[in-house]
Design a protein around this ligand. Structure first.
Ligand SMILES: [Zn+2]
Length: 97
């Protein structure tokens, strides 16, 4: 038996899309530091259903299930919402927290 994994497939997809969106031209005026990128990822993930899996086969199946235009639209919507929340109140220049 292969070693079990514990992966939230939603998280994998959101991490990839956050990096992709922040590096794109549309969001080039937004901060791309690690703190902001992580906060965006966390806020978006809290608004999306988790999809934990424990095998790579199961992971691939769920990935394909999530990788549809409708699902990606919802995931993108939550990420864009999170980008604007973080842009309004970024933590990167706060000393305490
Ligand atoms: Zn920042």
């Amino acid at each position: 038996m292969a070693q079990p994994i514990l992966v939230n497939v939603t998280e994998e997809i959101v991490r990839g899309l956050v990096n992709f969106l922040l590096r794109g031209t549309e969001y080039q005026t937004f901060c791309q530091c690690n703190i902001c990128a992580m906060d965006i990822t966390a806020i978006a993930l809290n608004a999306l259903p988790t999809r934990y899996v424990t095998t790579s086969h199961w992971r691939d199946r769920v990935f394909q299930e999530l990788n549809t235009p409708e699902n990606l639209e919802e995931i993108n919507k939550q990420i864009i919402r999170a980008i604007h929340i973080v842009a309004r109140n970024p933590r990167h220049d706060k000393r305490v927290e």
